[in-house]
Design a protein. Structure first.
Length: 98
């Protein structure tokens, strides 16, 4: 997941484990395949562009909101990678999957 300083306050309020909703943003003028990550009603960032290209079509076509489990990074994870939150895409559909 990618974010930025604009979302850091929302990220800091996220529980240690959570369920994220993945929302397509067709109006996003910067990236046509944008997938926002929403936790407890607040946007906390975006799916990384290299992944959103693979998942965008299937999430857009899903009849119901697509969710996935997530967890906060450990202190060590954050220190070595800068990552704040991890999302588990195991059950998120890819384009072309049924």
């Amino acid at each position: 997941m990618v974010g930025g300083l604009a979302y850091i306050e929302h990220v800091r309020r996220v529980a240690s484990s959570f369920t994220a909703t993945l929302r397509i943003e067709p109006e996003n003028r910067y990236f046509p395949h944008a997938i926002a990550v929403v936790v407890a009603g607040a946007k906390v960032g975006y799916v990384a562009p290299e992944l959103s290209r693979e998942y965008h079509e299937a999430i857009a076509a899903a009849p119901e909101p697509v969710t996935c489990p997530g967890r906060r990074a450990t202190h060590t994870d954050h220190e070595t990678s800068g990552v704040e939150l991890f999302l588990d895409f195991t059950n998120v559909p890819l384009a072309g999957e049924s």
